[in-house]
Design a protein around this ligand. Structure first.
Ligand code: NAP
Ligand code: G4F
Length: 340
């Protein structure tokens, strides 16, 4: 019999890549999707898999709905990827963020406990939980010190996942994923903002880009590699928590410089701090400015993860390297601008 997977947040970046992976593995895929005026399936459309998904209306805010869809679908595995996932928004909407990210996870776990404890569960935890980092690199045992309402909400769901595993013997895993990007990344996140904006600047559709803290560093991987780790966690011998990362970090400034290189834009960099700016050598125009608008009330400066446990126990390794990732995103955004 085919395995059935229920994915919350199916039209998010990870939901789309995970759906593709599970369909290729011959799963029946059910997608929990928030109903608005129209259904959002753009990322699934890009991967050409929308028609293969069984959609169900769902919102993590609504317990009766979650309970009902789990009962109706009777999934083998649930991947909880839905979240208010943008860190700056969590400072403006801390209660909503907590309701979705923290309570949403608990609503699913408690429904599993009541309906069928054999259902396997994956929780999308995050490196944001390490926040003000206690050690470098961060492992599954590093002390958590979140720096945003988003990070705090994810710490709650992380511990709740462990708690339901230990207390009710549910096969519940928490993947502590470091930043992972792709051509399907939302344009509000810094990587896609850079690849999309610099392409627009190159082709004359945008005058300049405003950016925040270029000194921040992230351990960036490719989303397509990271969803494989989610599946491996639920398809190994016992439930556990794993850091999923590349073990390499790069600054936002490095990401920008590499993007400019792939776009063949030669630049001069001037000034420091809020006065730092980037000038296009070919016409003397300022194409990048720093704006305080994009600085955060509390920053996470340096995230770098150790994927050793995942390498040893899951035999998982990231395949796409940093340069390849930047190139893939730049090329995708170029194609969107010049389709021919
Ligand atoms: P994403 O692109 O922002 O997708 C999140 C999805 O959640 C969207 O499809 C959104 O639906 C849905 N959603 C939001 N609120 C909801 C609600 N109340 N009920 C039901 N669905 C709701 O995020 P992602 O990058 O794919 O990340 C997937 C998960 O991994 C998230 O939980 C994120 O926090 C976590 N994570 C991501 C990263 C990363 O680097 N990408 C790293 C670590 C952890 P709409 O389309 O309707 O808005
Ligand atoms: O791309 P970001 O917005 O991602 P952030 O905050 O690291 O969060 C992402 O990764 C987490 C995993 O660690 C996920 F849990 C979370 O859901 C999300 O997917 O920002 C990255 C860095 C930050 O330090 C930010 O201050 O980039 C810096 N940055 C500098 N200028 C900017 C900008 N970020 C954004 N979004 N926009 C800017 O203009």
């Amino acid at each position: 019999m085919k395995k059935k997977a229920l994915i919350t947040g199916i039209n998010g970046q990870d939901g789309a890549y995970l759906s593709k992976l599970l369909l290729d593995k011959n799963y029946e895929v059910y997608g929990a999707i928030r109903r608005g005026a129209s259904e959002k399936t753009d990322r699934l459309d890009t991967l050409g898999i929308t028609s293969k998904i069984n959609f169900v209306d769902s919102d993590l805010l609504e317990i009766s709905n979650i309970h009902q869809i789990i009962e109706d679908i009777a999934p083998t595995e649930i991947y909880n990827l839905a979240a208010q996932s943008f860190v700056p928004t969590s400072f403006a909407l801390p209660l909503l963020t907590s309701d979705i990210n923290a309570m949403g996870c608990l609503r699913i776990l408690d429904s599993i406990k009541r309906i069928n404890k054999e259902i396997k569960f994956y929780q999308a935890s995050t490196s944001e939980m390490f926040g003000k980092v206690a050690e470098i690199p961060q492992t599954e045992n590093t002390r958590l010190h979140p720096r945003s309402p988003y990070g705090v909400s994810k710490v709650y769901s992380h511990y709740m996942t462990m708690n339901y595993r230990e207390t009710y013997d549910i096969f519940a895993c928490s993947g502590i994923l470091f930043n992972h990007e792709s051509p399907l990344r939302g344009k509000e996140f810094v990587t896609r903002k850079i690849t999309s904006s610099l392409n627009k600047i190159k082709y004359g559709l945008l005058d300049h880009m405003e950016i925040g803290n270029m000194n921040a560093e992230r351990d960036w991987g490719f989303a397509g590699d990271y969803v494989k780790a989610m599946w491996l966690m639920l398809n190994t011998d016992h439930a556990d928590d794993y850091v999923i990362a590349t073990g390499e970090k790069h600054s936002i400034r490095e990401f920008i410089k590499l993007s400019l290189h792939f776009l063949n834009i030669e630049t001069e960099w001037e000034g420091e701090g809020l006065d730092e700016r980037v000038i296009n050598k070919s016409d003397g125009n300022v194409i990048i400015k720093v704006s305080p608008k994009y600085f955060r009330p509390a920053e996470v400066d340096e995230l770098i993860g150790s994927p050793e446990k995942a390498k040893n126990k899951l035999k998982w390794e990231p395949e796409v390297k940093f340069e390849e990732l930047v190139k893939m995103m730049i090329e995708h955004d170029s194609k969107l601008i010049k389709p021919n």
